[in-house]
Design a protein around this ligand. Structure first.
Ligand code: P71
Length: 445
């Protein structure tokens, strides 16, 4: 699908960002020139996926497209049972409700906003067990998604294995900068969790991207395909939540998958309350068909090489210009290190939020804050969380933009970097209770 992009004037952008309360989520899409807000639901579907959309079986129950989706998940990911949901957070809601009891802990390789909120709403507490390097934008560790097993063992010793609902393991780690977990770390995690009888629930939103990074960087996987490595990752886990809007390149969709029949029965029971019947879970038949095809396309080596190659093309341009970004470059975007970029602003002046607004003002490029605003408040004390990472994410949709668009983005980021001292911080003037970053409003200081 081809779409025209529109250029705007500085005056128009100024009005737009003020109207949007300095929050890029509140801009209209027409006001954006190059949209790097997210890679979620924004990728271009292929000819085959569009053809699949024409084959929608919109029967309420037992749609043929559901069985095609189930087959694709079983074939490429290896999970036995599938429960479709409208998107990733629908799956997170259900798994959290089923597996977490009041007072439980859910250790994981860094938080994700919606995942953590669903864990908290189910009465649980998220505990970060990612390696320390993941919180350091400068660390060149090749697998910053790795789990620190000492952190996990300490938690088990402290609270007891019965208080651990499961380990939430993500491929790749979004909030760390799209950083992969290594096969070695995952295998070690499997071994330890087996000893204690703890399940691993896999956030497989970007699993094929993670598999590609293992192929590129981990000793012993150079001759394995992305498809094979993807399957190996899934085989080391007990179940998964998926936002299919990323890797699998559909505009909407997600699912829960697992190997345990009892868990499946419970999830299938719950999906009819919150999402829809167990053979569509909030998706149209045509969307399930496009998803089944997208899964197969996502694990192709040449696709991943082009996709992640484009992300690295942009990252390398910024590195060459000395712009502070999260290193090494991850898989779904380039993350500006707003703390270093705007070192004159303290974190309570929302530097990443201010930087995303400044970038939009400069060129109409839309990015996303991933710092203190995203981290929210501690539900018990009410204090802001102060995450070590204060980032602006330039997220690249799949199969949408050209390298020339990346050049424009790089030029704009470099120009904002050269004028960084003129950027002032922000004051939050409206703060929603949940996932505040989506709708919060700010004023310039
Ligand atoms: C992204 C998104 C979409 C998003 C979500 C929340 C805040 C801002 C943007 C969604 C993910 C994700 C991972 C690792 C679960 C979800 C939820 N990411 N896990 O990166 O990245 O999936 O959006 O389909 O409900 O822009 P969902």
């Amino acid at each position: 699908m081809v779409e025209p992009v529109f250029m705007s004037t500085l005056k128009e952008r100024k009005e737009a960002i003020e109207r949007a309360g300095y929050n890029t989520f509140l801009l209209r899409s027409e006001e954006v020139y190059i949209d790097l807000l997210t890679d979620s639901g924004t990728s271009a579907m292929s000819d085959r996926q569009w053809a699949g959309m024409m084959l929608g079986d919109e029967a309420y129950a037992g749609s043929r497209n559901f069985f095609n989706l189930e087959n694709a998940i079983q074939k490429y990911y290896g999970y036995k049972y599938v429960v479709p949901t409208h998107q990733g957070r629908g799956a997170e809601h259900i798994i959290s409700k089923i597996m977490i009891k009041q007072g439980d802990f859910i250790p994981g390789n860094m938080y994700f906003t919606t995942t953590k909120l669903h864990q908290e709403l189910a009465g649980g507490k998220f505990v970060d067990i990612i390696i320390d390097e993941a919180h350091d934008p400068e660390s060149m560790h090749p697998f910053k998604g790795d789990v620190d097993l000492n952190k996990l063992e300490n938690l088990i010793n402290e609270v007891g294995q019965d208080q651990i609902a499961y380990v939430a393991m993500a491929t790749t780690v979004n909030m760390a900068g799209g950083q992969p977990i290594s096969m070695a770390s995952l295998k070690a995690l499997r071994k330890l969790t087996n000893q204690y009888g703890i399940k691993i629930i896999h956030d497989m939103t970007r699993v094929a991207e993670n598999a590609f990074m293992i192929q590129q960087k981990e000793e012993g996987y150079q001759h394995k395909s992305v498809e094979e490595i993807t399957r190996m990752i899934c085989d080391l886990t007990d179940g998964a939540t998926m936002s299919a809007k990323k890797d699998a390149m559909v505009n909407i969709g997600g699912f829960l998958a697992m190997n345990d029949k009892e868990l499946f029965d419970e999830a299938r029971n719950m999906v009819v309350i919150y999402e829809g019947l167990h053979t569509y879970g909030g998706m149209a038949g045509r969307d399930m068909e496009a998803l089944a095809i997208g899964i197969a396309e996502s694990v192709k080596d040449e696709h991943m090489k082009a996709r992640i190659g484009q992300v690295h093309y942009l990252g390398n341009k910024l590195l060459e210009a000395g712009v502070p970004i999260v290193k090494p470059v991850g898989t779904h975007g380039v993350f500006l290190d707003a703390r270093a970029f705007l070192s004159h602003l303290s974190q309570d002046k929302f530097p990443a939020q201010a930087l995303a607004a400044a970038l939009y003002l400069d060129s109409g490029v839309r990015a996303m804050e991933r710092g203190i605003v995203s981290a929210g408040r501690d539900p018990i004390t009410g204090e802001h969380h102060y995450p070590k990472l204060e980032l602006v994410r330039l997220t690249i949709p799949r199969r949408v933009y050209t390298q020339a668009h990346m050049d424009v983005v790089a030029e704009s980021v470099i120009s904002v970097f050269e004028n960084r001292n003129s950027i002032r911080g922000l004051k939050m003037v409206y703060e929603p209770k949940y996932l505040r970053f989506f709708q919060a409003r700010f004023e310039s200081l």
